[in-house]
Design a binder for this molecule. Sequence first.
Ligand code: ZN
Length: 269
Amino acid sequence: MKKHFYVFSLSIVTICCAALLCGCKTEAPRITQVAIIDTLLGGMYDGSATVGQLKSWGDTGIGTMHQLDGEMLVVDGVVYQVKYDGSVNRPADSETIPFATVVNFVPTKRIKLENIKSFKHFEAQIPQYIANRNVPVAVRFTGKFSFMHTRSVERQKKPYRPLIEASKNQAEFKFENISGDMVGFLFPKYVKGMNVPGWHLHFIDKDRRCGGHTLDFSMLDGELEICEVYDFRAVFPAGSDHLAKLDLNKDRGQELKKVESSREYPHLL
Ligand SMILES: [Zn+2]
């Protein structure tokens, strides 16, 4: 009996060690967002959560940095900042974030994709692979892109202007024949005010040297991983005067549409 107990205990220890070594994820995916899209639209650009906190909440995601300093994305647990000048930084754990959405990514489906002609084509193709379109969906898309068009935003100084003003000076980047990763989310329309309804994707190239907020792309081939999420929370900066004084009753849907898309791609959102 005692021997059986030892064998059983050893098996449990072995399984636990193997799980730790292979980094197996056992927890169900949960989206955590820092503040909401309407606080960002309202000009709340001071960072609240730290990069270190963000990494503890998820290994995959998108957002921006303190003072709207560029486009941010999290890939494989590493946080990247694509700045207005196109350069890529790895912010320290102590740096802060005014708005971001991350998830502990657990793929529920993997799909091989070929010849995606545009973002619009992607938007039309992907819903068929999503079992439940009424919950948030996180995606990771790794592949060879024949074309990639991104943008980044300029760091802001106080007094902060609303995002619709601040984003007028965005820098746009176009790349050809580039491999890399896109991460982001597809949110149902009901998140309006909290997050971005529809697709919101950020890109970084394989060498982690360029990227940004995705405006358009075409892809030769790649793999799309889908993660349907049934657990969703927002973290607000406690004690923030800016948050207390912000008018969040206003409908900022039209502002968001102008900020997230561009004249070239009015279909976004
Ligand atoms: Zn973005």
